[in-house]
Design a protein around this ligand. Structure first.
Ligand code: ADP
Ligand code: ADP
Length: 226
């Protein structure tokens, strides 16, 4: 049984733009998938359709065999991490991380246990009571990761999460993402236009161009003909 399947998924925006065409992909649990391709090729649209932020125009998206096409984002087993972190500036780090759990109605005590664990996992204990705008880009992205993981998603969707970081931090967070993949055993779908990121992070790379999949290859076969 696949963890995530996209079957002939397509997206045509209201203005007629065919952003994604016949997207077919099957992902096993724990796999790290990268969507790689130039700006405008449909990576983010595909990710947003999996998250439920964008309606699909055709096809089916399944998680563990069940179609999720009609579920709203909050009822999908996914979390999305954005390039610009999308943190709440007026809330502390702790509250930002626990926000999704608050929405789900967990008690303060239940939230605290999970949040403390994530603060430790992502080395954020020292900044737990600060506000995100006082913190570095790397810390902010760790907070966003912790917030996404707090709701225990089956699938973590990452939209160019390293794009706003400098080269050193990018390496650090890359390494942390690999550790999270190994320890959590959840599925990662990662959007990037940087080949180096796709090569060093992913188990398979989906190369996209003008809304279509050009090839799907493990990193060591990216430059080999099938
Ligand atoms: P990428 O993430 O690879 O940069 P996108 O998925 O953002 O690509 O965009 C794919 C195509 O869809 C582009 O032609 C883009 O201009 C178009 N597009 C994206 N969002 C919208 C939208 N909300 N309305 C209309 N067209 C859009
Ligand atoms: P990215 O390349 O990272 O996908 P963009 O800068 O292309 O980001 O898009 C930023 C936002 O604008 C997204 O929400 C996207 O859906 C929207 N967008 C992109 N292209 C169009 C378009 N042609 N018409 C309307 N909205 C668009």
């Amino acid at each position: 049984l696949y963890d995530l399947e996209l079957i002939k998924v397509g997206k045509i925006y209201d203005n007629g733009t065919p952003a994604v065409v016949d997207f077919d992909l099957a992902v096993v649990k724990g796999e790290f998938i990268a969507f790689l391709g130039p700006s405008g090729c449909g990576k983010t649209t595909t990710l947003r359709m999996i998250a439920g932020f964008e309606q699909i125009s055709s096809g089916t998206i399944r998680v563990r065999g069940s179609a999720i096409n009609d579920l709203p984002p909050e009822r999908r087993p996914t979390s999305m991490i954005f390039q610009n972190y999308a943190l709440f500036p007026h809330m502390t780090v702790r509250r930002n991380i626990g926000y999704g759990l608050e929405v789900k109605g967990l008690s303060a005590k239940q939230r605290a246990a999970k949040v403390d664990h994530l603060l430790a996992t992502l080395s954020l204990e020292d900044v737990a009571d600060k506000r995100p705008d006082k913190l570095s880009g790397g810390q902010r992205q760790r907070i966003a990761l912790a917030r996404g993981l707090a709701v225990e998603p089956e699938i973590l969707l990452l939209d160019e999460p390293l794009g706003a970081l400098d080269a050193n931090l990018r390496k650090t967070i890359q390494a942390e993402l690999k550790i999270l993949q190994k320890t959590l055993g959840i599925t990662f779908v990662f959007v990037t236009h940087a080949q180096s990121e796709a090569l060093s992070l992913s188990d398979r790379i989906v190369v996209m161009n003008q809304g279509r999949i050009e090839q799907i290859s493990p990193p060591h076969q990216l430059y080999t003909r099938p």
